[in-house]
Design a protein around this ligand. Sequence first.
Ligand code: ADP
Length: 249
Amino acid sequence: AEAAAHQAQKQQAIGQLVSGIAHDFNNMLQTVIVSLSGLQDEADELSPQQRRMLTYAVEGARHATALTRRLLAFARNQPTRPEPIDLGDLVENFADFARHGMGGRVGIDVLRQPGPLPIWIDRHGLEQALMNVCLNARDAMAGMGTLTIQVGDRLLEAHAAESLREHPPARQVFVCIADTGGGMSEEVRQRLFEPYFTTKEGGSGLGLAQVYGTVAQAGGGVEIESDAGIGTRIRLVFPRYAGALYSAV
Ligand code: ADP
């Protein structure tokens, strides 16, 4: 648990660093762009060669602005706006959307337990996390097979009989994504939440770090079971949200 908390801290630190730099850099770029635009207004007095160079400079600054926007969007993947969400609804909507993104030869089956499954989490962070898990599953299945997504709730197993007398039984809400891919080695299993750890050519190694950070900030955890040749099950587990899902008006 200590190592896990350490990973969450690391992930958060990366997010803060990136957004801080992107923000400051963007401010400096705006100064550059305003100055260059001022020069462009005086373009009549410039030679064609100078005008061309000015155009390149403006274009470069605009590209750089777009990059800072992408960096800010990345940093925003840190959950910042948690709200009450029904995990069953969100997963079903997500699956409808993800079926298109996965490619035609990956199927997604959703098994949803009836009844409300409320959790308290940042919606975009959670959607991103589900997508990261599903993309990994697709990669593990070499683009062909079926993903089974189960969503439901369960009694918190750790609750001792004694505390059950004092408190109502605590429930957890979970979503479990099972693939039929090749599974992973123990060494990979140990390291997969580390930012930048990847076994893929061109992989970022940030997918599961984002998953971990998002789930941990909602007070939840990630459980992984993997069998070589059979597949991997990744379960995101959350405390069940006790408040109302939709506030009555
Ligand atoms: P990336 O996908 O960019 O490599 P991740 O953090 O998402 O980064 O994953 C880290 C590593 O964990 C992957 O490179 C892969 O080796 C392993 N992994 C993740 N999900 C699965 C899975 N469903 N089956 C097998 N291996 C997996």
